[in-house]
Design a protein around this ligand. Structure first.
Ligand SMILES: Cc1cc2nc3c(=O)[nH]c(=O)nc-3n(C[C@H](O)[C@H](O)[C@H](O)COP(=O)(O)OP(=O)(O)OC[C@H]3O[C@@H](n4cnc5c(N)ncnc54)[C@H](O)[C@@H]3O)c2cc1C
Length: 436
């Protein structure tokens, strides 16, 4: 029997980029051919116990676009991306029948379902080496001033201040050199359509604040627009609570969630902007928000599965409701609060909602109506184009009184609408005039 050819694999999950890409760099330092693998795991498109599809059409479309572009960008480096609509363990097992996989490089994931998939992959590749890395952080876990995750503070400000003082953001990892043509292996790539994933095709609503496409190049185009062409970064803190239009905030979240761009890359561009154009509170504030993103990752590293449990990380027992009438009203924008309704219609029609909107509808659901906060989080998981397990469940706990908000605030919805939508333009955009 002919000896199988040695290869190394980069197993892509939430790190769909070539720049500042640790797994890719590590794999490219080896002499063996490098193959990328991405799997559209059927489990991600099933209906969950909460009755929602785990991934709805908005995020799935963004993901398809991101993977398509990753495939092109890897091809420019003479690297093949194998794409399959199957579970990672099956895909890698089949690849191992044809090639001898020496090492699989991948980004560390630690939440329950992601870990389970990793264990399944490891169980079928018993001869293979696995090397993972924390490439999704701004402050790398090895660089934060805590010896272990149990020391992560429960209050964001304490975490941020200590990291800002004692940690440094690492340099970007350089793009690997183009590999020789022989590196391109003859491997099937079949990117599924929305229909293949059991979802419906759709046209983007023209009112959407997030009309963007997935992919590494689009992420950088967005940064080019927001930082360098329009220089809107210098007003970010003043506009970030906006509700309408594309430019009130950076809109980086969906690319960050899929790893089309890294927080480290964005950080260094902010620093460059501060040097070349302007440095002020607004430019700093984008970094401040990126540290929030890190914080929720550390909270989930510290608390594990508690972030998915009803009592959250506080062990508080409230009397939570579970009313299907309430779910229907909230989801379809039929509550007595038009500001909540407008936001809920926006997410239903576009897969996006502003941060201000998210806080309000979350507070209304969990603190006004006292409904099981996990239903709201699961609905967001389904709909959001920028869904990220840590940011979503962490923010939901925070605004539901079972997370890291030391003040345990409840939003005054009418007051919020008056403050952030005083002329009612946002509400009119999403509600028929008769309903507003
Ligand atoms: C109930 C609820 C659920 C949320 N679910 C998600 C989610 O699934 N995925 C997600 O990326 N964000 C989530 N957020 C955080 C935040 O609303 C979005 O990151 C933000 O609205 C995305 O728009 P942007 O990129 O223009 O943000 P910007 O204001 O431009 O912020 C820049 C970046 O900072 C990070 N960031 C900003 N605010 C937060 C925050 N509160 N928590 C964590 N990171 C933050 C994001 O990566 C964001 O892209 C949630 C917030 C709430 C209140």
């Amino acid at each position: 029997m002919q000896k199988k050819q040695d290869i190394n694999v980069v197993w892509f999950r939430n790190d769909l980029r070539t720049r500042d890409q640790k797994s890719l760099q590590d794999a490219c330092q080896q002499k063996e051919p490098v193959v990328g693998v991405y799997c559209f795991d059927p489990k991600h498109y099933e209906t969950t116990k909460y009755g929602f599809k785990k991934t709805e059409k908005y995020r799935a479309k963004f993901l398809i676009e991101s993977v398509t572009q990753l495939s092109t960008n890897l091809k420019n480096l003479n690297i093949t991306l194998q794409v399959e609509h199957d579970e990672p363990a099956n895909v890698l097992k089949q690849l191992a029948e044809k090639y001898s996989i020496k090492t699989v490089f991948f980004q560390t994931e630690w939440t329950k379902e992601e870990k389970q998939v990793e264990l399944e992959v490891k169980s079928v590749l018993t001869e293979t080496n696995f090397i993972d890395n924390y490439n999704q952080f701004l402050f790398h876990p090895d660089d934060v001033p805590y010896d272990n995750f149990s020391q992560i503070p429960e209050v964001y400000t304490n975490f941020r201040k200590k990291c800002e003082k004692q940690s440094e953001v690492r340099d970007e990892i350089p793009l690997p050199e183009k590999r020789p043509e022989e590196n391109l292996l003859d491997i099937k790539t079949e990117i599924p359509s929305l229909t293949d994933l059991g979802l419906e095709e759709f046209e983007m609503d023209e009112r959407s604040a997030f009309p963007f496409q997935g992919g590494e190049n689009e992420a950088w185009e967005r940064l080019q627009h927001y930082f360098w062409d329009t220089k809107k970064l210098q007003y970010y803190k003043k506009t970030r609570n906006g509700l309408l239009g594309q430019d009130y905030s950076s809109k980086f979240s969906a690319w960050l969630a899929n790893g089309c761009i890294s927080a480290v890359s964005i950080y260094h561009e902010v620093k460059k902007f501060e040097k070349e154009i302007k440095k002020n509170q607004d430019t700093y504030w984008l970094i401040f928000e990126l540290i929030w993103r890190d914080y929720f990752k550390y909270v989930s590293l510290k608390h594990g599965n508690k972030i998915f449990q009803l009592e959250g990380i506080t062990d508080k027992n409230y009397d939570w409701g579970n009313s299907s009438k309430a779910i229907n009203q909230w989801i379809n924008g039929n509550t007595p609060e038009s500001f909540v309704n407008a936001n809920m219609i926006e997410i239903r029609e576009t897969g996006f909602m502003s941060n201000r909107g998210r806080q309000n509808v979350n507070s209304y659901w969990a603190k006004e109506w006292k409904q099981d906060w996990r239903i709201g989080a699961a609905y967001f998981e389904s709909m959001l184009v920028d869904y990220d397990v840590h940011s979503n469940w962490g923010n939901w706990m925070y605004n539901s009184g079972v997370g890291n908000d030391p003040r345990d605030r409840k939003f005054n919805i009418k007051g919020q609408a008056e403050r952030y939508d005083s002329n009612g333009k946002y509400q009119r955009t999403w509600l028929q005039d008769s309903l507003f």
